[in-house]
Design a protein. Structure first.
Length: 255
């Protein structure tokens, strides 16, 4: 479906799949599984965080509920597609497991990708456009060894409830009106530094694309309310697309 002679990179995130899906999520999962099947024709696939609504690796067992998604990702890997993972506020703790299974970064940190000459900085985006001291403190804690050790000492149900409540609070704080999100994005882009041409984020659940000073910033939308947002970079050209509206995208880039 994405088969093309040009180098093709796909980026998706913010699906927020739960361990125990409700009927609506089952439909969203089926759509995402179709996307992953199509992604076997790509060269690279970037998971931009919050694919999983909750993840934590305990020493002697792994939480059940994501087997079908992981099996589909196995199929993408086995097709020769290179996988990348940037951890989100819900699934940063999946980084180590995904590294072992798919060869992604062991820490799930933001990175810069060169896609046929287009340098893209890939960041989940939590804490980027909104100042939230409570969540910022939590975010720093969960990325440190002391925080991981503390989390392992908690009962899984308690950790799940706490993580869901806190990240949900941050998610609500980041869902401002669209014009405000884009206003903050413009301000961030104007002062951002780094050797990249495009900054791509997720997290805000609002797709946009802006330009400032010869560089661009874009955000994926979500996989809720009938939307299935993803990005495609082909031949050095970037586009935001909706897999729900166009499950069979054109094979060649428009001229």
């Amino acid at each position: 479906m994405f088969k093309n002679d040009q180098h093709t990179v796909l980026v998706a995130g913010d699906t927020h799949f739960k361990l125990k899906p409700d009927p609506d999520e089952v439909r969203r999962r089926d759509l995402f599984l179709s996307f992953l099947e199509a992604a076997r024709d790509a060269d690279e696939l970037v998971l931009l965080g919050d694919i999983f609504d909750f993840w934590f690796d305990y020493p002697h067992f792994r939480l059940r509920g994501y087997e079908e998604l992981l099996s589909a990702l196995d199929g993408v890997r086995d097709a020769g597609v290179r996988l990348h993972f940037v951890g989100g506020n819900h699934d940063i703790w999946a980084a180590r497991y995904l590294h072992e299974r798919y060869g992604t970064s062991p820490h799930g940190e933001p990175f810069t990708l060169d896609a046929d000459g287009l340098r893209i900085r890939l960041v989940h985006g939590d804490g980027l456009l909104v100042r939230d001291w409570l969540y910022s403190s939590f975010r720093r804690l969960v990325r440190r060894r002391a925080g991981v050790l503390f989390a392992k000492s908690l009962h899984p149900e308690l950790l799940y409830a706490f993580s869901h409540w806190l990240s949900h609070a941050s998610r609500q704080a980041s869902r401002d009106e669209r014009h405000l999100i884009e206003k903050r994005a413009r301000r961030h882009l104007a002062r951002a530094r780094g050797a990249w041409a495009l900054l791509l984020i997720g997290h805000v659940h609002h797709a946009f694309r802006i330009a400032e000073g010869g560089r661009e910033m874009a955000a994926l939308g979500s996989w809720f309310a009938g939307e299935a947002s993803y990005a495609i970079v082909r031949g050095g050209r970037f586009e935001l697309r909706d897999f729900a509206a166009e499950p069979r995208p054109p094979v060649a880039d428009p001229q």
